[in-house]
Design a protein around this ligand. Structure first.
Ligand code: ATP
Length: 453
């Protein structure tokens, strides 16, 4: 036996000894056996979990359908209002709707009453988190999420989304539900006029929608209201006509005349009759530049009049020729470009008002920018008569009304012969302060008497 084979035998012996020691240690050690068992169970569970996740994703993809509504979309407030409505029904025990939401948020609504007072309603809607509800026999999941990390730049409000999920076969229920929400929201606005003002690059409702003013309550000189209304209606019915001829689909109106003659009131009443909103733009607003103005005019909400009041105040000859340039950061050429609306092919109805048409640059009031210019003047005798009869029509007999109305008419006529006029706003003020028709005549007489001194 040589030395090498002795060494080989020794090492083989050591290896056999080690392996039998490990086998003995592992095989007989209950801790190791349990450890391996647990590891096996863990691996199995991990695999199962993965399987469930994959299965769940596949199942969701094939069987479920989701709709996401973000608070950038117009449907978002409609949907929340609709939810509040459904929730109120549930609270009143009329309909089973939400699976008893535990997180609620408040949607506060201020309702203007007919007598001028207001009523505040607190609607409880499903808050952030997960909710279940049944709509027309279809179960849905609502997840309302709010992003607290980022805020909307202009309003400072957090971004929100509502995700509705239901079975794929019931996907047709979404348009139905959203349609219902829209109808509910629009029904709530029936008889109301929304005024919007710029908010950053967007238009935002200014306060609560107000009650529409009947057109006949604004008494203009004979034929004036009818002319404008007819022209606006003709324009709105000729979209195709404009498109076929490649003419930009826009129309500009300028109402000019003394203060308190009813220019703004008429535009608001007309918007109400046509179910249009008003986008009120103040050219002297701080921070309003050419770019933002162009963007605002090109992105006005559909079915809205753009109203720019006292347009002379922003661009009158005096200011334009002054050395320091313009009052606001909107330049005159920027304003002309914006109202020309090179960037927009959408319908655009622009109303401008001014007390001083002579101060307007001819470039602003040329056809294409201002297509119809109407003078709205102080009270004519007939306007005074009509306003008087509208105020006191219900309070006295027809013959008394006519007789007193004629007196008012004569008073205004006499004033005019003396080269004096009275605004409709002033007459309205006198009538509001007079409890009855006879008082109104006395007040008018005194007023005119004082004025003619
Ligand atoms: N023609 C009118 N018929 C009925 N009410 C009128 C008329 N004109 C003015 N009024 C009343 O006077 C008030 C002021 O009217 P409005 O603001 O419409 O006048 P305006 O011509 O736009 O004035 P300004 O040029 O100062 O902006 C309103 O409350 C309105 O009801």
């Amino acid at each position: 036996m040589n030395l090498e084979s002795v060494a080989g035998n020794a090492s083989a012996g050591t290896a056999a000894l080690n392996s039998s020691w490990i086998d003995a240690f592992l095989g007989n050690n209950p801790y190791f056996q349990a450890g391996f068992g647990l590891m096996g169970v863990g691996v199995c569970l991990g695999g199962l979990r993965k399987l469930v996740t994959v299965g769940n994703t596949a199942l969701r993809r094939r069987l479920l359908v989701s709709v996401e509504i973000s608070n950038k979309d117009r449907a978002y407030p409609w949907f929340l209002e609709w939810m509040a409505h459904q929730n109120a029904k549930q609270v009143m025990g009329r309909e089973s709707f939400l699976g008893r939401p535990h997180t609620l948020s408040v949607e506060t609504q201020v309702e203007q009453r007919h007598n001028g007072s207001s009523n505040v309603l607190f609607n409880l809607v499903a808050g952030t988190g997960l909710h279940w509800f049944n709509y027309r026999g279809v179960w849905m999941q609502i997840v309302r999420e709010r992003q607290t990390q980022s805020l909307q730049m202009m309003s400072g409000a957090p971004w929100e989304t509502v995700t509705l999920t239901t079975l794929s076969r019931d996907r047709g229920i979404f348009p139905q539900l959203l349609g219902e929400a829209r109808d509910l929201a629009l029904r709530g606005q029936e008889g109301k006029l929304t005024i919007r003002i710029p908010w950053g690059p967007e238009w935002k409702p200014f306060g609560q929608p107000c009650r529409k003013r009947p057109l006949h309550s604004v008494v203009l000189d004979e034929g004036v209201a009818e002319n404008i209304e007819k022209d606006v209606n003709a324009f709105l019915s000729r979209r195709e006509w404009y498109a076929n001829r490649g003419i930009p689909y826009r129309r500009g109106y300028l109402l000019y005349g003394p203060p308190g003659s009813g220019k703004t009131s008429f535009i608001q009443a007309l918007a109400g009759v046509l179910n249009y909103d008003i986008c009120l733009l103040n050219l002297s607003e701080r921070g309003l530049g050419d770019d933002r103005l162009t963007h605002l005019l090109s992105n006005a909400p559909e079915r809205s009049f753009i109203l720019i009041e006292d347009v002379d105040a922003a661009f009158n000859k005096r200011v334009q020729t002054s050395e320091d340039g313009y009052q606001s950061s909107v330049t005159f050429s920027g304003f002309l470009n914006a109202i020309d609306g090179v960037a927009s092919g959408e319908e655009r109805v622009l109303f401008l008002t001014t007390n001083h048409i002579d101060r307007l640059d001819p470039a602003l009031i040329r056809p294409g920018r201002v297509d119809v210019a109407e003078y709205i003047g102080d009270a004519s005798p007939l306007q005074a008569y009509t306003l008087f009869t509208r105020f006191y029509g219900a309070d006295c007999s027809n013959s008394t009304l006519v007789e007193l109305g004629r007196t008012i008419q004569d008073l205004v006529e006499d004033q005019m012969k003396n080269g004096k006029t009275v605004s409709m706003a002033a007459l309205q003020g006198l009538f509001i302060r007079s409890p009855d028709a006879k008082d109104a005549v006395v007040s008018c007489r005194n007023y005119f008497h004082t004025k003619s001194k």
